[in-house]
Design a protein around this ligand. Structure first.
Ligand code: CUK
Ligand code: CUA
Length: 653
């Protein structure tokens, strides 16, 4: 321990200096020579490698997080075509998500209606460790939430709030058969164990603050999530996580920072400035402890929102308790591996043996060995403990270090051929290295300052090692200037050969963090084309034009309408008064793919809503003035689209 600490101390200032110099150089480079560099970096065959002829389909779907826009975007790879934006945590006027009555409950939380979040990490559901194309799990950082997108409809179908969490960043990580989706808090939270946060001073941090790792059960058939239990971990900050595979299948790993806040100097090996931890949790053992009655229960208050396929309606349920385990009461469940200061991503290679810790401030990339970790557990080869959790000796779990890989490593992915690829935020490059001998074999400049990178299947046991998508934090001169605010960029790199080849730049929808990709034939054949009208169970659906109605009950007027090419029925609505609550329930009678109708009312303080064939959606309107207000279909649906219109009369009270 001693020698390593002094080594870290020696290295740290030098690394910091190098980083500062490189950062300056990188920024200068951006302004001056970015264009030239890009020309050199692009392979001459790049255009044909990404060309998907008009009418042809891409080979892969890729799902890029939208960061602070709270949405997901879907791109075709290799073309970089934008295929869809899927609203998750944000209202989306384009289709009425979060505006119409059916989907509003999706955005309900214990803090009220929160129509925004900071979405960082998508993860595809898995079968035997491989992406299966059924669901996509994503996290909301800000108001801690985990959502599930159904890839049959590319819709958000479930959002669950996470209690005892603040900044749901190391999330969501499905285990290899979706037994659990695991979600860790970023900020530690003061807990009074009575539900909600305790009013404690920061001086009490060490004793009163805890982190939480949530274990969310996923139903094998329909994917429904349920918070099974939490592990209340020491009060570090938790950054990122990843699950094991193969031999390490039962484990999940978390990088931590700010560990000195919750530990004494002695516990940190007298090195509080140089070390944080990689935390390892045996999720199978945790589940066993929880099942065997080791779990306690405390009050909680969190929303669980689900969209029903048949009725198109979302419902919120408020949960009032949560079960939790304390690691100090569960031997063998949790361990700490000393890691370089403030590590970012933790990535496990396809064999499940190597854990790469991306220490963004360190000059080398440590690679830990799972078999050495098992050995150290067997031999009780520990170096102290934190809150009753054993800490390994660095040497006893280290496989080796990649020396001077670049500056500012953030994330690593794998190609399944024994190579790893790491992003270097500060030196602005992707670095390829060999997992076995830890030697750097190639590097390619990217534009600029990459965060995550993604190889399709690169986080599974069998990566599809043909492409790499790197997502950049800084764009500068990559696209035509658009004022101070620029789109972020993703770049597609060919990794099929020995040397990486730059193929394509494309702008992304807001800031992508992580992404996932999957072969199109695992998703496309299951895609729903339209909803069957006779299976529509919406209580206000009208399946025949002659059944439309306008009815009043007190101050509420219910309008049951239909839309079909090319009219809205009824198209003249009378009998509404100022201050009424009007509910327009519009059923789209079409039974054809890609014939949605839209619906909007002049001056209605709401968005429009888009109604897919066979579906029913509802807009709520409280008219504030008398008059005659037009309404119309917003989606150009036929040659007579413009004629899809009508009037609603609002009379004085
Ligand atoms: S984080 Cu964004 S670059 Cu939230 Cu996964 Cu590393
Ligand atoms: Cu219906 Cu335009």
């Amino acid at each position: 321990m001693e020698t390593l600490i002094s080594k870290f101390k020696k290295v740290a200032p030098k690394a910091a200096l190098l980083m500062a110099v490189a950062a300056g150089a990188a920024l200068q480079g951006c302004n001056k020579t970015g264009g030239d560099d890009s020309d050199k970096a692009v392979d001459s065959d790049a255009a044909s490698a990404v060309y998907v002829a008009p009418g042809e389909h891409d080979e892969l779907y890729s799902f890029l997080s939208g960061g602070f826009n709270g949405q997901m975007s879907v791109y075709g790879i290799p073309s970089g075509r934008l295929l869809k934006i899927i609203p998750v945590f944000s209202q989306f006027p384009e289709n009425g998500y979060g505006y119409n009555e059916e989907t509003k409950p999706m955005l309900q939380t214990s803090h009220g209606f929160v129509p925004w979040d900071d979405l960082h990490h998508p993860k595809l559901s898995r079968t035997d460790g491989m992406a299966d194309g059924r669901w996509l799990f994503v996290n909301g950082n800000n108001t801690p939430r985990v959502a599930r997108i159904d890839l049959k409809t590319f819709e958000t179908v479930e959002i669950m709030e996470i209690p005892n969490s603040a900044g749901n960043h190391c999330s969501p990580y499905p285990t290899n058969n979706n037994e659990y989706v695991i979600a860790g808090t970023r900020f530690s939270v003061p807990l009074d164990m009575k539900g909600g946060t305790a009013d404690v001073s920061m001086e009490e941090y060490k004793d009163k603050f805890r982190g939480s790792i949530s274990f969310i059960k996923v139903d094998k058939e329909d994917g429904d999530m349920e918070l099974d239990f939490q592990v209340l971990v020491p009060g570090f900050d938790y950054d990122l996580a990843n699950g094991g595979k193969g031999p390490s299948n039962d484990w999940v790993f978390f990088t931590t920072y700010n560990t000195e806040k919750s530990a004494t100097l002695k516990e940190l090996g007298a090195s509080q400035n140089d070390r944080d931890y990689l935390a390892a949790i045996n999720w199978k053992l945790a589940a066993k402890y929880a099942a065997e009655g080791k779990a306690h229960e405390m009050p909680a208050n969190y929303y669980h929102n689900k969209l029903d396929h048949g009725s198109f309606q979302a419902k919120s349920e408020v949960k009032k308790t949560v079960r939790y385990l304390l690691p100090e009461e569960c031997p063998g469940m949790m361990y700490l591996l000393p890691a370089p200061k403030s590590p970012h991503g933790i990535d496990v290679d396809p064999t499940g043996e190597y854990m790469v810790v991306n220490g963004k401030l360190a000059s080398s990339l440590p690679v830990f060995s799972f078999s050495k970790m098992e050995e150290a557990i067997k031999n009780k080869d520990f170096d102290g403990e934190v809150n009753g959790i054993p800490v390994f000796k660095y040497e006893s779990v280290l496989y080796g270090e990649v020396k001077e890989p670049g500056l500012g490593p953030l994330h690593t992915e794998f190609d399944g051929k024994g190579n790893a690829y790491s992003t270097m935020f500060v030196s602005s490059e992707v670095v390829k290295w060999n997992v076995k001998d830890l030697k750097v074999t190639d590097r390619i400049p990217v534009y600029y300052s990459p965060g995550h990178l993604m190889i399709p299947g690169g986080d599974t046991e069998k990566p599809y090692g043909k492409y790499l998508v790197v997502m950049n934090k800084i764009t500068k001169d990559r696209f035509l200037p658009t004022g101070p605010e620029l789109m972020h960029s993703a770049q597609l790199i060919d990794i099929s050969g020995e040397k990486m080849k730059m193929l394509l730049d494309f702008p992304t929808v807001a800031e992508p963090h992580y992404a996932q990709a999957i072969k199109a034939d695992l998703v496309a054949p299951n895609s729903v084309k339209f909803h069957k009208l006779d299976e529509n169970t919406h209580p206000e659906a009208v399946k025949n034009e002659k059944d439309v109605s306008v009815t009043r009950k007190g101050k509420t007027v219910t309008v049951k309408m239909t839309a079909i090419r090319s009219h809205l029925t009824p198209d003249n609505i009378e009998g509404i008064q100022v201050g009424d609550t009007v509910l327009f329930h519009v059923t789209n009678l079409e039974q054809d793919w890609d014939v949605p109708h839209g619906f909007a009312v002049m001056g209605a303080n709401n968005a429009e809503t888009l109604i897919m064939p066979g579906a029913t959606q509802t807009l709520r309107w409280v008219p504030k003035q008398e008059g005659v207000f037009p309404f119309y279909c917003t989606d150009f649906c036929s040659a007579l689209h413009q004629e899809m219109q009508g009037y609603v009369r609002v009379s004085p009270k």
